[in-house]
Ligand binder design. Structure first.
Ligand code: FAD
Ligand code: SIN
Length: 536
């Protein structure tokens, strides 16, 4: 039995993007936030390094802009890039108004750290747990607001648009979503004048990732099925330094460790991490460890394959222990719990899928091509990141476009809604073999890692495309015949997103930023364009 909930604004996702728009609207609108886990689920709560903004009088907006274009291999959209960079200092002040406890100098000024690709110190941070410091403050404000209702453990399944077979309207318009309450197993209707997708990225499509479990690309897949334009999905960012340890598969070692002087080393002659290991980044790029992420991740991948190594090592042992404890307390404690004292031993690291640069195409008002549907945060393609995101440019994008989305919603007028059809479960039964879902899930993530990873070829992409086609058939069959559950919903979305990544990668006949293919190893001027996929 479907329950019907109606709100002025429906926000799907409670990461930094979702809570920003909620807080900006709450004085004026009745809001529902849906989240498939707890309120603190999502990548935002895991963010480590910080949030980039020009806060130092020696630094300039133009230099932040140029660094962003260089990292993005010049595929960035100038207007979106300027909007975020110019809005970044105000975003920091907005966070300060919620008392986010950023790290400060003895003088009381904000401490600015440095990360790869930045030509100046401009990363505002709360030691090495910036995301948690931000989300703790903002979600507390969300929980206290009388105009915001929070629905945890509600997973959005699909957007309800004019294309629903039981609705007949020609105007592309979004009315809300169907969402599964994973505690009661009910599928409810959430209808709203404006729906905002802020569901985060799709890192889980790869076997190894720094991302939390929520990142199954749901918003991108739902938007694609609804007819949105999906842009630049070939650009999946691999973070160079994810901890390599059998007991901890997704723990990031922040880029700020390199920003504060960390060296990347090969294993030493005994095959161990030590200060005798060769500092190999000097062989790959004059910026060494502080080159943009795509270059560092590719260099590590190259060295690991060449030497047959399981990992490389990140060495910060030359900095004083007090400095390490002050700047990286979370990483220090986590590594120590696994038997690695980072003040005396280098950290074993490998690259892992980290950030989805492509996504639902939006303009600088956060609008998609479907009326009343907006999108913000990692689920989007705004044009800021181009072919490779500059470190710490993501949290700030969530805030700048979260605020833009709120402005758009405040200036919009409500449209009349048709009666929305209930979720139809008349033709489905309980799943007979749930194990098929976990097998398909593992298979998908493994071949995406093997064939659509840091280095691609036409052949590998074709292999992945064949496997995706088979999986799609099986998953569609399962979806048509059995009741939905969260694992099935996520698997369906992961397969959709994998397909979008592979199709986009096949379209790009060059190597640019994060997309590197041995078949087209060079930059090609005529290929300097975005990849757009849209369901016909
Ligand atoms: P998220 O924070 O991922 O939130 C998505 C929300 O959507 C979650 O609440 C999730 O439960 C919900 N959701 C998803 N699907 C559904 C569905 N179907 N139904 C209902 N709810 C759904 N960026 C920086 O700028 N600086 C950093 O220092 C930094 N460090 C990082 C460290 C790590 C380990 C990781 C993984 C990322 C880091 N990033 C960093 C990237 C940055 O954290 C993310 O890009 C950003 O937080 C994304 O925010 P978001 O609000 O778009 O999505
Ligand atoms: C990190 O701290 O290395 C992550 C920063 C980012 O993803 O922007």
């Amino acid at each position: 039995m479907s329950n019907l909930h109606h709100y002025d604004t429906l926000i799907i996702g409670s990461g930094l993007a979702g809570v920003t728009v909620a807080l900006e609207l709450a004085e004026h609108k009745k809001i529902a936030i849906l989240t498939k886990g707890e309120l603190l689920s999502g990548s935002s709560n895991w963010a480590q390094g910080g949030i980039s903004a020009v806060m130092d009088s020696e630094d300039t907006l133009e230099s932040h802009y140029q660094d962003t274009l260089i990292a993005g291999a010049n595929l960035n959209d100038p207007a979106a890039t300027r909007a975020v960079i110019n809005g970044a200092p105000e975003a920091i002040n907005w966070l300060l108004s919620f008392d986010v406890p950023f790290t400060r100098e003895d003088s009381g000024e904000l401490h600015l750290t440095r990360e790869g690709g930045h030509s100046a110190r401009r990363v505002v941070h709360a030691a090495d747990a910036t995301g948690h410091a931000i989300q703790k403050q903002l979600t507390a404000a969300v929980e206290q607001h009388p105009n915001i209702d929070i629905f945890t453990h509600h997973i959005a399944i699909d957007l309800i648009t004019n294309k629903h077979p039981k609705l007949n309207s020609n105007e592309d318009c979004c009315y809300g979503v169907y969402a599964l309450d994973s505690e009661t197993q009910n599928v409810d209707i959430f209808s709203a004048n404006n729906t905002v997708l802020s569901t985060g990225g799709a890192g889980k499509v790869y076997l190894y990732t720094t991302n939390p479990d929520s990142t199954s690309g749901d918003g991108i897949a739902m938007a694609y099925r609804a007819g949105c334009q999906i842009t630049n999905m070939e650009f999946m960012q691999f973070h160079p330094t994810c901890l390599f340890h059998p007991l901890e598969k997704s723990f990031l070692i922040t880029e700020a460790v390199r920003g504060e002087g960390g060296y990347l080393r090969l294993p030493d002659k005994q095959g161990q991490g030590s200060i005798d290991g060769h500092r190999f980044m000097l062989d790959h790029d004059e910026r060494a460890e502080l080159a943009p992420r795509d270059i560092v991740a590719r260099a590590i991948d190259y060295e690991m394959k060449k030497g047959g190594y399981d990992c490389v090592y990140l060495d910060i042992t030359h900095r004083p222990k007090e400095f390490i404890l002050e700047h990286f307390p979370t990483i220090y404690a986590k590594c120590l719990s696994l038997g690695i004292d980072i003040a005396t031993s280098p950290i074993p690291v490998v690259p892992a899928a980290h950030y989805t640069c492509g996504g639902v195409a939006t303009d600088t008002d956060a609008k998609t091509n479907i009326k009343n549907l907006l999108a913000i945060g990692e689920t989007t393609y705004t044009g800021l990141h181009g072919a490779n995101r500059l470190a710490s440019n993501s949290l700030v994008e969530c805030i700048v476009f979260g605020k833009a989305a709120a402005k758009t919603i405040l200036s919009s007028t409500a449209t009349a809604h048709p009666t929305l059809p209930a979720w139809d479960e008349s033709q489905v039964s309980d799943p007979d073999e749930q194990v098929i879902i976990s097998h398909n899930w593992d298979e998908l993530r493994r071949f995406m890692w093997n064939y659509v990873g840091i280095v691609r070829t036409d052949k590998r992409l074709a292999r992945a495309a064949n496997r995706i086609a088979l999986l799609h058939e099986e998953i569609d069959d399962f979806y048509a015949n059995f009741k939905v559950n969260p694992d099935l919903i996520e698997l369906r979305n992961l397969a959709q997103v994998a397909d979008l990544i592979v199709q986009s990668a096949q379209q790009r006949k060059e190597s640019r930023g994060l997309h590197f293919t041995k078949d087209y190893p060079d930059l090609v001027d005529s290929e300097k364009k975005v990849t757009i996929l849209q369901k016909s």
